[in-house]
Design a protein around this ligand. Structure first.
Ligand code: NI
Length: 487
């Protein structure tokens, strides 16, 4: 650290003429010549500071005033190094009594040599090559520490801290200097070669340079680390924000999905409710229609005696050649009829029997092999009809509730004891007998009334021909064709 001894200066180093600083101890005359009675050039107040050089034992010469003062009126002043501490610098005035006209401004960190206080409190200082008065308060006593010039080429000593300023001297390599102040890159030194400012590097040792370099590197490393850490923190934050954003979006997506699902379920429920409602309405409507239809049926049935319904019936089939033709004709005219089949015929032509039922016609039994049932005992009749119905059921799936006895032969025992209802006819075409289509038609024309049951046989080719005419005729008369069950 800085040593505590205080360096002093006598104000001669930076001036070409060996002048010194003095303070007057009385009201002092300045004479033109070194004679007490010579002409007076000016007067100097007591306590003022002047620069003068001794020219004899009794007289001093004042360079500025170009005159002489008596030696007994002057007291030699020894200066003290002080450092300017005000941040904006400190003005130096030419006169102690007039602060309006500063000579210059002493800058912070620069060094002045303070020669003492004037009567009004201002200090008389030397600042570079300038002498003047300055406020004492912003000055700090400077302590010094000895150092050596480390620049192998020596150090330039400047009047002020700038390479553009006047160079006072060159201080050789390894010369010792006393350091009093350092600021920016400059150092104020006092040396055998004068006092002033040198570039700080000129007194910096290699070791110190190395240390400074290391410190600089360390500082740079720390700075780089700090920047890297900051960058990392920023990246981490960005990453966290990105993750948070993704998480947020996932959440939103899930919420959206849930909402969509809820919406879909709601919609589905609404659709189901609507569908159910429609079904209920349709069922109600159907019920109403059925009721209406039933009423209509009842009404038409009530008037069926004079209505226009007729049932075509075909006996003794099925046969291989005729029955399919009969079915075709019926289909062509969209007419439904009733077939009383023989059990053995169904057994022989099951496909034709099945076609009868599949086409929507009524199918019922006409005994197994066309025996006269009225001449048999009841159990035999029952067995015959059961065998026939079983065959019909086996082939067509239909269970007949009626039967037609061969030859229309029926007795009271059969009427009373046979479970099935016997169905006979009202119009006998006798087609089996005459094989004449026009006679068949004639029988229909003469015998048919509303509710008639017309008997034909699907085993004769002539009946096929007759059927076409029969259907056309009945239609022309306004008849509708029904099965026995529907009659
Ligand atoms: Ni028959």
């Amino acid at each position: 650290m800085f040593s505590t001894y205080i360096l002093v200066r006598d104000g001669k180093a930076n001036t070409e003429v060996p002048t010194f600083v003095y303070q007057t101890n009385d009201h002092t005359y300045v004479y033109k010549k070194m004679k007490r009675l010579s002409k007076k050039v000016t007067t100097i107040d007591k306590g003022d500071f002047i620069l003068a050089k001794p020219v004899s034992t009794d007289w001093y010469y004042l360079t500025d005033e170009k005159g002489y003062v008596k030696a007994k009126n002057l007291e030699r002043q020894i200066g003290e190094y002080q450092i300017v501490t005000s941040a904006n610098g400190e003005p130096i005035y030419e006169e102690a009594y007039n602060k309006s006209k500063p000579l210059t401004t002493a800058l912070e960190g620069y060094v002045v040599i303070n020669y003492g206080s004037s009567k009004n409190g201002l200090s008389f200082v030397e600042y570079g090559d300038i002498f003047g008065y300055i406020d004492a308060a912003p000055l700090n006593v400077a302590s010094s520490k000895p150092m050596n010039i480390e620049n192998a080429n020596g150090a330039n000593l400047y009047l002020f801290a700038s390479t553009k300023e006047k160079i006072i001297a060159k201080i050789p390599y390894q010369s010792e200097v006393k350091v009093l102040s350092q600021f920016a890159d400059w150092t104020f030194v006092d040396s055998d070669y004068g006092y002033g400012y040198i570039v700080t590097l000129d007194i910096t040792t290699q070791e110190e340079l190395k240390k400074q370099e290391e410190m600089k590197k360390e500082a740079e490393r720390l700075e780089a680390e700090k920047i890297a850490a900051e960058k990392k923190a920023v990246e981490k934050k960005a990453e966290e924000e990105r993750k948070a954003k993704i998480e947020e979006e996932k959440k939103k997506e899930a919420q959206k999905l849930a909402e969509q699902q809820a919406e879909a379920e709601k919609k589905k429920a609404a659709e189901e409710a609507k569908k159910k409602e429609e079904q209920e309405k349709a069922a109600e409507k159907q019920q109403a229609e059925q009721q209406e239809q039933a009423t209509e049926n009842q009404q038409s049935q009530g008037s069926s005696g004079s209505g226009k319904k007729v049932a075509l019936t075909f006996d003794d089939g099925p046969s291989a050649n005729v029955t399919p033709q009969i079915l075709n004709t019926l289909k062509k005219h969209q007419v439904k009829a009733t077939f009383f089949v023989l059990g053995q015929g169904v057994e022989k032509h099951p496909n034709i029997a099945k076609q009868i039922a599949d086409d929507g016609h009524q199918i019922a039994g006409h005994s197994w092999n066309h025996r006269d049932l009225s001449k048999l005992d009841i159990p035999t009749v029952e067995a015959d009809l059961k065998k026939t119905n079983d065959m019909i059921q086996q082939v067509t799936g239909v269970v007949p509730a009626v039967y037609r006895p061969p030859y229309g032969a029926i007795n009271n025992s059969m009427r009373n004891q046979i479970q099935l209802s016997p169905i006979l006819w009202t119009v006998d075409t006798l087609d089996w007998k005459h094989h004449n289509p026009s006679q068949t038609l004639q029988s229909v024309k003469s015998g048919t009334k509303p509710g008639a049951i017309i008997l034909m046989h699907d085993i004769h080719q002539a009946t096929v021909t007759a059927l076409e005419d029969v259907i056309q005729y009945l239609k022309s008369q306004g008849y509708t064709f029904v099965t026995i069950d529907e009659l």
